[in-house]
Design a protein around this ligand. Sequence first.
Ligand code: HEC
Ligand code: HEC
Length: 290
Amino acid sequence: MLKKILKWTGILIGSLLVLLLIFYGVVYFKTEARANKIYQVKVQQQTIPSDSASLALGDHIAGVRGCKDCHANGGIAFLNESNPIGLLYAANLTSGKGGINYTDQDYIRALRHGVGKDGKSLWFMPVQHTTAAMGNKDLGALICWLKKMEPVNVVHPQKEMKLLGRILTFLDKFPMFPAELINHNASYPEEVTPAVTAAYGNYLAISCQGCHGENLKGGPSNAPGEPPIPNLTATAHLGKWSSDQFVTTIKTGKTPEGRLLSDYMPWKTMGKAMNEDELKAIYLYLHQLK
Ligand code: HEC
Ligand code: HEC
């Protein structure tokens, strides 16, 4: 009797292991296929400026859109060696050792389409929430700034997707491949003029969506130990705040309720990079969201 039970338990566990292996095989091959997909995109023609006004504008945009948060000093470890999702560094964007060697066309392909020099999707780089839909003037100024970055010598290890990263990517729970999320046939405005309007706020608030969600209604925390993501629409706290209170919150990290925001909300860099008019425009946009 005992022998029989042991036999059947063994068969059950064996079958489960085989099923798990088959599942992982499917996950592996599907995510590999997506990583290696070649995107044939039509890269727009644009002359990149190099004057000092464009450089200053590009510098400002790189702060506002968070490029500096991830790419300063040769690039942060976005997923470090001990992260179960993968191994991924934000690229060294300079012309130093280990840096990218990009032509103007390569920059436009990466920043409009999320596609690298090799025609494959970049990994995680949040193109859909930063540069994909920028006006041409802003994009040109940003590339002008990128080309003039101080060279640093930082060589990163080869990127890698680990077990958990493949499963999350397979289940579409982690935005690993930005090129999948972008409309590659879109056209862009020549210039988006800064103004204290909800429309301009919308243009800027795209960079809040990566964390606060496409509808900016927040959600549960991204990982254990991190705070939940607040709702930024008028139905939550923000609906009771004045424009000045919102500006103060982002500049000081302290909300009108007296709560001190942690560094999971990038208020220190964002509050420094954005000017008051930009924050007021974002407020107008958020404040009319229900
Ligand atoms: C949340 C972090 C993050 C932010 C914010 C970010 N990047 Fe990246 N970026 C990455 C990562 C990670 C990669 C590496 C992608 C890869 O290796 O596939 C990358 C890759 C790139 C590349 C391609 C480099 C290559 O290896 O071909 C360019 C160009 C780039 N980023 C520019 C920018 C610019 C410009 C901004 C601001 C608008 C920006 N990034 C904002 C994380 C970020
Ligand atoms: C990298 C992720 C990330 C990005 C990008 C981000 N936020 Fe946040 N934000 C958070 C997190 C996490 C919190 C909660 C912080 C805490 O509780 O300590 C938060 C909190 C806030 C709060 C406080 C809300 C409340 O009810 O107390 C405001 C306001 C806010 N964010 C505005 C913005 C705006 C505006 C942008 C875009 C310009 C933005 N955030 C971009 C992660 C992010």
